[in-house]
Design a protein around this ligand. Sequence first.
Ligand code: SF4
Length: 164
Amino acid sequence: MDHILVVVTIATVIIVALFSKLKRERIKANGIRGWVVDNDLSGNGDRIYRNYEHRISGKPDVLERGRFIEYKSAAVSGNAKKGDLMQVAALMVATGVDEAALQYDNKTFNLSRESSLMRPHVTEVKKLSPVMLQHIKKRRPPRGNPYPKKCGKCEFRARCLDAT
Ligand code: SF4
């Protein structure tokens, strides 16, 4: 009987150790560094962060204290994509958080709101917001930026007046 107890205890310790190692590796792979305050990884995050002054809202994939992480399921060669930087800028405005990590499959960009890279994007996001509001009020979508390769895969193609 004592024998069985010892074996079960050892097995439990090994399983717990394996799980915590797995968890640590997953956290490391996801680039999480601190305490996770909120996440929207499954798309079911309840909380929407809003900046009422600039009328911008959003949900970062992972929100830590003082930093958020956005994941992109693609690799990137060279620099981060403009659209992704705009999304990070919008999330910085929406959450009021100044530091972010933009994580692609192959590399991560650590971004700071006050950096020379992010400042113009944050300014652009703030300028775009009232323009978008006018489009919503007039119920008229903004002009598209069509080119065949992009339009061919676009989910709005059927309703878009600019589609090629
Ligand atoms: S179909 Fe319209 S919205 Fe979609 S990519 Fe083309 S121009 Fe843009």
